[in-house]
Ligand binder design. Structure first.
Ligand SMILES: [Zn+2]
Length: 367
């Protein structure tokens, strides 16, 4: 049986310039890719994602980090293809007999209106494919011969129309004649909500151009780590994975080589904690001059920033920098989500880590 698209997700960056979505100060192709793939509502728990095929400006240097950021180490990330190949590329992925399942990652770009800056990612789309019923592509008029944002949007609209929320797998309707898809089952689809605190507004194309290359918004989950330590611990930090000691039951984060309670190192197991709805237990605003040295550039360019202490587990609290909201806007008892964002450039590479964003209000509650 050939493969079908069985799930999709779409994430918009949190920044805006001239009415066009663009990455916010601490977002880039890597963080948006992780966000989109991570939101795929897999129909089967533990679905084996063996490959990721990016289309668009996915950074090659970070291919090896993608699996770590997704909690799926060893995932095969193929070299990114240009967007004009999207239609034929998707069809070849679905026809590939060698892989059971995977993800097509699409990173369309746009040029903000009136902005003398290179094209920036305007959204990240992840399409999960697997053997079995779902949505298949014919490709008669899929994007080809040019990075045509409108046609990519048409494809997304078409796929979204076949989401399982609107069309049960048990009631597949034939696609209209002449369209690009064939349907013999439903697909799950998710979209990110509008940022709770509103979009980050870039003041000008110049500020945006500067900020997205030599980014002055240098923010961090924690203190400086030597590069080897950062590499060794990135997966646990990015996934909020605690260590649980099988000898005494203690849980701790981040990972250390031995249990801080009983000292044993032979019974440690990884436990991923939820990154949603962490309760804020303390907050502090760091004013310029009080920051650790790795935040010097950030403090110098954007002033004060807020750090929250949030409870991730009955035994574990984490310290996260707040993003996507003004300093002072989060209060004790509020809920935050932990998201992967860019931290600061160091030793020739960007460091990434978790930050806190205000969680969406729960249904039925008032602010
Ligand atoms: Zn222990």
């Amino acid at each position: 049986m050939s493969r079908s698209i069985v799930a999709g997700s779409r994430v918009e960056p949190s920044g805006e310039l001239g009415g066009v979505p663009v990455p916010g100060p601490d977002e880039d192709a890597f963080t948006l890719s992780v966000a989109a793939i991570d939101r795929l509502p897999w129909p089967v728990a533990g679905f084996p994602v063996r490959q990721v095929q990016p289309f668009g400006p996915f950074p090659p240097a970070l291919a090896g980090d993608l699996g770590e950021a997704l909690g799926r180490p060893g995932i095969d990330v193929r070299p990114a293809r240009p967007l004009p190949e999207l239609g034929a590329g998707l069809i070849s992925l679905l026809d590939d007999p060698t892989e059971e399942g995977g993800v097509a990652l699409v990173l369309p770009t746009s040029v903000p209106q009136g902005a003398p800056v290179p094209p920036r990612i305007s959204e990240a789309i992840a399409l999960g494919f697997a053997r079995g019923p779902g949505v298949r592509l014919r490709g008669s008029s899929l994007p080809a011969g040019g990075a045509d944002g409108a046609r990519i949007d048409d494809l997304v609209q078409e796929l979204r129309g076949h989401s399982s929320a609107r069309r049960a797998a048990s009631d597949p309707r034939p696609a209209p004649a002449g369209r690009d898809v064939e349907v013999d089952g439903g697909m799950a689809w998710s979209e990110t909500r509008t940022p709770v605190g509103g979009r980050f507004q870039w003041e000008s194309p110049a500020a945006y151009s500067q900020g997205s290359s030599a980014d002055p918004w240098l923010v961090s989950e924690g203190a400086y780590l030597p590069w080897p330590t950062y590499l060794a611990h990135r997966s646990g930090r990015w996934r909020l994975a605690a260590a649980e000691c099988g000898a005494c039951g203690a849980r701790f984060f981040p990972w250390r080589g031995s249990c801080p309670n009983c000292g044993r190192s032979d019974r440690l197991e990884r436990r991923e904690l939820s990154r949603s709805g962490l309760e804020v237990e303390a907050t502090t605003v760091v004013h310029p001059g009080a920051q650790p040295s790795e935040f010097d550039l950030q403090a110098g360019s954007s002033g004060s920033y807020e750090v929250v202490v949030a409870r991730a587990d009955p035994h574990i609290r984490v310290t996260l920098q707040l993003t996507g909201a003004s300093p002072g806007s989060v209060r004790i008892g509020d809920r935050v989500d932990a998201v992967l964002r860019r931290l600061f450039p160091l030793e020739g590479a960007w460091r990434y880590g978790l930050k806190a964003i205000p969680a969406a209000p729960m249904a039925g509650t008032t602010a």
